[in-house]
Ligand binder design. Structure first.
Ligand code: COA
Length: 238
């Protein structure tokens, strides 16, 4: 187990557990968490022992209540902010991981909390989960990929309604709108995520990785290009 300040990273057999760990601030995403998550994501990507990643939030109340508002607009300058982002593209890294990632979501899942969840492949929500995008109300837009990943998951019109109106979704509505795969009782959230992760981890990791890439990369391609990608990935397994 590696303990950072804001994240707990644990490996159990072939699963990697990433716990956002600032429960006193509802696991709000701050600069330190960004830097620590960057290291953790690199470990998941590069460690051949890790087959599936599971993301969750510490404490009873939240997966993540979004960007840390106490650091809001506190970068020394927009130029520095852009440079840091360029050097340490955490969202690009997240989306480039070819291993399956599962998000176990409870309580508040706001702003970058949703965006982290959207970087995962499968989202399980507990009945108490609440989803919202407060960015426009704060004069900003989602900038951790959410403006692109959300419409790919729920469709443009529904993503726009959620983003523009700032309306929050409960777990059932999030399920109906395809934002989450499944809603489970709070007590079963982690065990269900673990069970799913263990099942996937038993399969051939190369086949699993190819299947993920076929779908996630294929979503950005035309049907013809996607079929070519599928053919190449299938051939690589032979
Ligand atoms: N950044 C920094 N701290 C946060 C935070 C955030 N995004 N969200 C919650 N916290 C902190 C609160 O400041 C509070 O700290 P304190 O106990 O030291 O005062 C603690 O977490 C608990 O939050 P609190 O607001 O007291 O809980 P609540 O149940 O009354 O409200 C929320 C919960 C999520 C509705 C409310 O905290 C909120 O609106 N948070 C901001 C969400 C947001 O706009 N995120 C940014 C997205 S870009």
């Amino acid at each position: 187990m590696s303990n950072f300040d804001t994240v707990i990273y644990e490996k159990k057999n072939s699963l990697a557990y990433v716990t956002l760990n600032r429960p006193q601030a509802l696991n709000a995403y701050n600069v330190r968490m960004r830097d620590e998550l960057y290291q953790v994501l690199g470990a998941i990507r590069d460690d051949p022992e890790v087959r599936v990643g599971v993301f969750r939030g510490a404490g009873a109340r939240a997966f993540c209540a979004g960007a840390d508002l106490s650091e809001f607009l506190s970068a020394p300058s927009p130029v520095v902010a852009r440079q840091v982002r360029w050097e340490r593209d955490i969202w690009g890294l997240f989306l480039s991981i070819a291993k399956p990632l599962i998000a176990a979501l409870h309580g508040y899942v706001l702003g970058s909390g949703i965006e982290i969840a959207l970087c995962c492949d499968i989202r399980l929500a507990s009945e108490d989960a609440q989803f919202g995008l407060p960015e426009p109300a704060l004069g900003i837009i989602p900038a951790a990929g959410g403006s692109q990943t959300l419409p790919r998951v729920m469709g443009g019109a529904r993503a726009l309604e959620m983003l523009l109106s700032g309306r929050w979704l409960g777990a059932e509505e999030a399920y109906n709108l395809k934002l989450v795969n499944r809603v489970v009782p709070r007590k079963k959230l982690i065990t269900e995520a673990e069970r799913l992760a263990e099942k996937i981890a038993r399969f051939d990791p190369t086949a699993v990785s190819c299947a993920k890439q076929a779908v996630t990369r294929g979503l950005d391609l035309s049907l013809g290009e996607g079929l070519e990608l599928e053919g190449r990935l299938a051939a690589s397994l032979l």
